[in-house]
Design a protein around this ligand. Structure first.
Ligand code: NI
Length: 255
C-alpha cells in the first residue's frame, strides 16, 4: 500500500533545483498521493500547476495567516476561482498564527480565516487549518461552523482540544516533530485519537523528522513519522500506512 503525504509544499523555492526529479520519484519510492497546499494566490496557482503535471499530486488553495497582510477582495475572488479546479481538494492552508510578532493583527487573521471557511462551506470542501499558538481562537472559530470539516495540520494543541475536534469529526495531522525528543504532548494526543482520524504529513520542505532534522524534508522521509505513530498505537507500520492512506482519501474525497 502506498503512502499519502497530505501536506507538502512542493511549490516552495527550496525545490527549485530538483522539483521534477523529486516529484517524479515519489511513486517508485512508495508515495502514492500528495496534497500541496497554497499559502497565497501565487503559491496556490503553483500548486495547481504541479497537480496538473503529476497524477499523484493534488492541490489546496488558500491564504496562510502569515501571508494574509494586505490581501484584497481580488485575492479572495481568485482563490474562489482556483478552488473550482478539478484537482483542488481543499481550502488551505488557512488559520491563525500568533507566534510571530510581525504577523498581521489577530482580528485581521480571524476575518481572513472566517472568509475562507465560508468559501469552503459554499464549495463543500474540507479545510486545512494552520494553528500556531492560537489554539483557543482556532477552536472557537471552527466550532462556530457545525458543518465545517477538515484537518488540523501539524496538530499542536492539548489532548482536551483534540477531544473536542474529534467529537465533531475533525482529522488531526502529524508531522516530523513527533519524532523529536521533546515531543511531550504528541503521544498523549495520539493515544486518544482514533486510528481512522489520523493523517500523516511532511509539511515539506519543513519539519524534517529525526534522523534527518536540519535537512530539507520531502515525502520520502514520511516513513519515520509513520513508524513513530505505529509504535505508539501498537500496530505495524504497514497497517499505519494503509489506514492513513484510506483516511487521507476519505478526508479529501478521493475515493
Ligand atoms: Ni504547511
Amino acid at each position: 500500500m502506498p503512502i499519502f503525504d497530505t501536506h507538502a509544499h512542493y511549490d516552495s523555492g527550496s525545490f527549485n533545483p530538483d522539483r521534477a526529479e523529486v516529484l517524479a520519484s515519489l511513486p517508485e519510492s512508495g508515495v502514492g498521493l500528495v496534497v500541496d497546499p497554497g499559502c497565497d494566490v501565487e503559491s496556490s496557482r503553483a500548486a495547481i500547476v504541479l497537480a496538473e503535471q503529476y497524477p499523484h499530486v493534488y492541490a489546496a488553495v488558500g491564504i496562510h495567516p502569515e501571508d494574509c497582510g494586505g490581501c484584497t477582495d481580488a485575492d479572495f475572488e481568485e482563490i474562489r476561482r482556483l478552488a473550482q479546479h478539478e484537482k483542488v481538494v481543499a481550502i488551505g492552508e488557512i488559520g491563525l498564527d500568533y507566534y510571530w510578532a510581525e504577523n498581521p493583527p489577530k482580528e485581521f487573521q480571524q476575518t481572513v480565516f472566517r472568509r475562507q471557511i465560508e468559501l469552503a462551506l459554499e464549495l463543500d470542501l474540507p479545510i486545512i487549518v494552520h494553528d500556531r499558538e492560537a489554539h483557543g481562537d482556532s477552536l472557537a472559530i471552527v466550532l462556530e461552523y457545525p458543518d465545517l470539516r477538515g484537518v488540523f495540520h501539524c496538530y499542536s494543541g492539548s489532548p482536551e482540544m483534540a477531544a473536542e475536534l474529534l467529537k465533531r469529526g475533525w482529522y488531526l495531522g502529524f508531522d516530523g516533530p513527533i519524532t523529536y525528543k521533546n515531543a511531550k504532548r504528541a503521544p498523549e494526543v495520539v493515544a486518544i485519537t482514533p486510528l481512522e482520524r489520523i493523517v500523516v504529513e511532511t509539511d515539506s520542505p519543513y519539519l524534517t523528522p529525526v534522523p534527518f532534522r536540519g535537512k530539507r524534508n520531502d515525502s520520502r522521509l514520511l516513513p519515520y513519522v509513520l513508524e513513530t505513530l505505529a509504535e505508539w498505537k501498537g500496530i505495524s507500520t504497514e497497517e499505519m500506512i494503509r489506514i492513513t492512506w484510506e483516511n487521507g482519501k476519505r478526508l479529501f474525497g478521493l475515493e
